[in-house]
Write a protein that binds this ligand. Structure first.
Ligand code: GRF
Length: 216
């Protein structure tokens, strides 16, 4: 069967990228990484890509201030050049525009370190701690034109402990990010995701449960 070709957009350390690479190499995700693109020349994620013989491309945003559409057109060109079917944002620190979304309709995913729709935006682990919620977690969703608003595919929940710091909580969440991003990609690759309005339905899903979590 033809493997889904993925393009990953990054800006920094790329631990989510690494988890996807590892899961593909282990055979637990059946997809192919076609290209990794960074807006930052020195992103460690690019090195990770190259170490695994995946093309790592820097697309500079210099000179594109206030011209996000034009920058996204460069991304689209690069993604198409590598025959990408699915785009995965993994710590990509730019807001993307309809230029990218119309080129890849319902084919752009993002991972966010909170339980959306709570705490969209940046520094969300700190925001969750300060708000005093008892659980946080992470979300993989389809990207739409809003900020972290697209249809949710999968979420993982972690407790927030009384002695938590932003770093401790971030690490606990990141561990789950590394699992659910690959899982979402596998569901996509298997053709099991169907978008119905705001809801993403996983076809052939047999999970039924009345369990709940309570903290403390
Ligand atoms: C992750 O926390 C992700 O949820 C957020 O940016 C961070 C990227 O981390 N969107 P990494 O570069 O994958 O390590």
């Amino acid at each position: 069967m033809k493997k889904t070709r993925i393009g990953v957009l990054v800006s920094g350390r790329g631990s989510n990228l690494q988890a996807i690479i590892d899961n593909i190499e282990k055979g637990s995700v059946s997809a192919e990484l076609a290209v990794v693109i960074s807006d930052q020349a020195d992103a460690y994620a690019l090195e990770r890509a190259r170490k695994h013989h995946i093309p790592g491309v820097h697309v500079s945003a210099k000179g594109y201030k206030g011209r996000r559409d034009e920058y996204d057109a460069l991304l689209v060109k690069e993604l198409q050049k590598h025959n990408v079917e699915l785009v995965a944002l993994a710590g990509f620190m730019r807001i993307i525009t309809p230029t990218l979304l119309t080129a890849f309709p319902h084919r752009v995913l993002n991972i966010h370190p909170a339980l959306l729709p709570s705490f969209p935006g940046l520094h969300v682990q700190k925001a969750a701690l300060e708000h005093g919620v008892k659980f946080s977690g992470c979300t993989v969703h389809f990207v739409d034109e809003g900020m972290d608003t697209g249809p949710i595919i999968i979420q993982a929940v972690v407790p927030i402990l009384d002695n938590d710091t932003e770093d401790k909580l971030s690490a606990r969440i990141l561990k789950q990010e590394h699992k659910i991003y690959s899982r979402a990609i596998q569901l996509y690759a298997d053709g099991r995701l169907r978008i119905e309005g705001r809801r993403v339905v996983v076809t052939d899903n047999r999970t039924e449960t009345d369990e709940f979590l309570m903290n403390p």
